[in-house]
Design a protein around this ligand. Structure first.
Ligand code: FES
Ligand code: FES
Length: 202
């Protein structure tokens, strides 16, 4: 794996025909949100209440100091679109946007995100259900196989363009290098990023 771009290193982070109807694909693309409403974990002596804005909605949740952001999203808020791969900052499966910056949510403590805005794959489609352009581009370019890495890839791809790091294929590869795909969909992932980049240029 090539080196992790500097902008992916954050405090506490050591590295880094569309099948509508398929639950795997739909989940990966954030279509079948189906997220449970917040089910707060049983309070413990160490638990504290934090407030996050998740996909545009204020959420209050009880977490322990050691609870990671991905655990809070998946286990407490029921937003299981964000995946856990390595759980140690090496695969990017857990990538979400935190105040607009991509982070590995497995290496981010939930309490560190207090007051922040979090965007997960469930928050990308608009309220009418129209997919985010990057979700559409992934589908159109067959940029996934099993789809497990896809939510993290999509969030990272959106950030890659927003950061201005999608000038050419080589740069896209470099700045997507923190997101591993065991299915090897990299060629098509790059194509998807290029499609959205070009569309945004008009
Ligand atoms: S980087 Fe977080 S699960 Fe792999
Ligand atoms: S599509 Fe299977 S891990 Fe990437």
């Amino acid at each position: 794996m090539s080196k992790v771009p500097p902008d992916l290193r954050r405090p506490g982070v050591s590295r880094r025909g569309f099948l509508q109807g398929s639950s795997v694909v739909a989940g990966s693309l954030g279509m079948a949100v189906g997220a449970a409403q917040a089910q707060e974990a049983p309070a413990s002596a160490d638990a504290r209440t934090i407030t996050l804005t998740v996909n545009g909605k204020a959420r209050h949740l009880s977490v322990e100091p050691r609870t990671t952001l991905v655990e809070a999203l998946r286990d407490t808020l029921g937003l299981t679109g964000t995946k856990i791969g390595c759980n140690q900052g090496q695969c990017g499966a857990c990538t979400v946007l935190l105040d607009g910056t991509r982070v590995n949510s497995c290496l981010t403590l939930a309490v560190m995100a207090e007051g922040s805005e979090v965007v997960t794959v469930e928050g990308l489609a608009d309220p009418t259900g129209d997919l985010h352009p990057m979700q559409t581009a992934f589908a159109e370019n067959d940029a996934f196989q099993c789809g497990y890495c896809t939510p993290g890839q999509i969030l990272s791809a959106i950030a890659c363009i927003d950061e201005g790091h999608a000038t050419d294929a080589a740069e896209i590869r470099e700045y997507m290098s923190g997101n591993l795909c065991r299915c090897g969909a990299y060629l098509n992932i790059v194509a998807a990023v290029e499609q959205v980049r070009d569309a945004q240029k008009g």
